[in-house]
Design a protein around this ligand. Structure first.
Ligand SMILES: [Zn+2]
Length: 302
């Protein structure tokens, strides 16, 4: 890694005109502009290359979670611009057709019957009652998500099932939030510019779980993805990726599972001597070209 650092960017979805309460979406037009800006002045790179010398500052493009639009929208753009991408896949999406839990939560809260002004949320052995509807859907999503986040994903799914049943509404994510199926993943992995990385089995918040559960979530995702694509999976990203979302036990689990690197969402650029299991990343929003260019400058590159 060169002295002025490698910038690793974190995207999630490349899609236009959809509900985006968690700010995960970048439009295809903006994504294309971002990749052009990266190619213009930087060295677009795969994660495997970040330690190799480079004349220009390296930029790595990553996409988290395993949404289907990574195949249908992001890949054609990345191929046309010649920019490598790494896709961190939550391996359970390959066989879970319910969708990712925050997308289910979004559907649920948007479907709330008008006379319902609170949610009774089963959280472990108790039920938490939260008021809804006074400050808009984003505020509702934030307050409910905060209680769900530390739970096991099976418990989160159960809580959503219980509320959907109580309200007599559906909780299926919208079609635009579809995740990759095994054939989609193989198509993605077949591209020369794509690296498939792991993101646990079910997107659990690792820092809240026991060492054993963390190991299972980390090694399980590596094995599932490798079996599915028939290639080694050597890179990992911690779900959520911020302080408290993972801990030293997570880092040990990732190292002992045989991964080469692990990405966080802690801000910064990866400098020479950086711990390869705590690589910083920058979250990218749905910025237009000029805003993205300014952001690259702000991140002190080149
Ligand atoms: Zn994620």
């Amino acid at each position: 890694m060169r002295r002025n650092g490698t910038l690793i960017l974190c995207y999630h979805r490349v899609v236009e005109g959809v509900e985006d309460p968690f700010y995960l979406c970048v439009s295809p037009g903006n994504f294309a502009a971002h990749l052009e800006e990266i190619s213009r002045a930087r060295e677009p790179s795969a994660l495997a290359d970040i330690s190799a010398p480079s004349r220009r500052p390296r930029v790595v493009v990553t996409l988290d979670d395993g949404y289907r639009d990574n195949l249908t929208n992001a890949l054609p753009i990345a191929e046309s611009k010649g920019v490598p991408i790494t896709v961190f896949v939550t391996s359970g999406v390959l066989r879970n057709h319910k969708g990712l839990w925050w997308d289910r939560l979004g559907t649920l809260l948007r479907s709330r019957p008008p006379n319902v002004r609170e949610i009774d949320l089963p959280v472990g052995s108790r039920t938490v009652r939260l008021p809804l509807g006074s400050s808009g859907i984003r505020a509702d999503l934030d307050s409910v998500r905060r209680y769900l986040l530390p739970l096991r994903v099976t418990e989160i799914e159960q809580a959503l099932d219980v509320v959907a049943e109580q309200w007599q509404v559906g909780s299926a994510p919208p079609p635009d939030a579809r995740t990759l199926n095994p054939e989609d993943l193989r198509q993605l992995a077949a591209s020369d510019i794509v690296t498939i990385g792991a993101h646990t089995v079910d997107h659990v918040r690792l820092g809240d779980r026991s060492a054993r559960e963390q190991q299972d979530a980390v090694t399980g995702s590596k094995g599932e993805l490798e079996r599915s694509i028939g290639q080694a999976v050597s890179h990992f990203a911690y779900p959520f990726g911020g302080r408290g979302d993972f801990d030293d036990r997570s880092v040990d689990a990732v190292r002992s599972a045989g991964f080469d690197t692990a990405c966080t969402t802690l801000p910064g650029t990866a400098r020479s001597g950086e711990d390869p299991y705590r690589l910083p990343r920058r979250l990218v929003m749905d910025w237009g070209r000029l805003r993205f260019r300014a952001q690259l400058q702000r991140w002190k590159l080149g």
